[in-house]
Design a protein around this ligand. Structure first.
Ligand SMILES: Nc1ncnc2c1ncn2[C@@H]1O[C@H](COP(=O)(O)OP(=O)(O)OP(=O)(O)O)[C@@H](O)[C@H]1O
Length: 153
């Protein structure tokens, strides 16, 4: 019996490549901002108008140096954990770095807590959030330890 060469026991899920070109995205709204970045809701035109969030980091205003920001966003796009918001892709647009991410329609955890639980979260919810946060941190920690192992080989 012959086996097809394209058959794999555990095929890796195919990662969709988002376009690395700003004209492929249409900005819809500004949804938030941080110290040196503005976050937009946008659609990716060639991807059937998939809704995304684009974090546009002003490279002239950012205190971190370009190489650090770039390696951070690259790492972000390699992460795969249900509790970590990863990046689809990133690329520069003039003096800005665009980081294209899944759009979280409910906003940040902080905004959910302040709008839905103005008097603070009940203890069982805090326990669940802490557990899930620690799961994500454990994933990151294991990744760092594995990287150190590879470096020291
Ligand atoms: N992927 C996303 N989907 C939906 N809303 C988002 C997304 N990313 C960020 N936002 C919104 O944009 C706001 C600013 O995002 P940003 O990542 O810049 O926040 P920050 O972590 O406070 O900033 P900084 O990175 O400067 O510390 C968030 O508080 C959130 O409301």
């Amino acid at each position: 019996m012959s086996t097809s060469s394209s058959h794999q026991e555990n095929p890796e899920p195919k990662k969709v490549q988002f376009p690395l070109d700003s004209t492929a995205y249409q900005i819809l709204d500004e949804i938030g901002f941080g110290v040196s970045a503005v976050v937009y809701k946008a659609i990716c035109l060639p991807m059937n108008n998939t809704i995304v969030a684009i974090k546009s980091i002003d490279l002239d205003q950012s205190r971190a140096d370009f190489d650090n920001i770039l390696s951070e966003t690259k790492t972000l796009s390699l992460l795969s954990h249900p509790n970590i918001l990863s990046a689809y892709c990133s690329f520069t647009v003039d003096r800005h770095l665009w980081v294209v991410m899944p759009f979280m329609s409910a906003g940040s955890l902080q905004s959910i807590i302040s709008s839905a639980f103005p008097d603070g979260l009940p203890e069982p919810c805090i326990a669940v959030l802490l557990k899930e946060t620690l799961n994500a941190m454990w994933y990151l920690l294991c990744g760092s330890v594995n990287q150190l192992r590879v470096k020291n080989k």
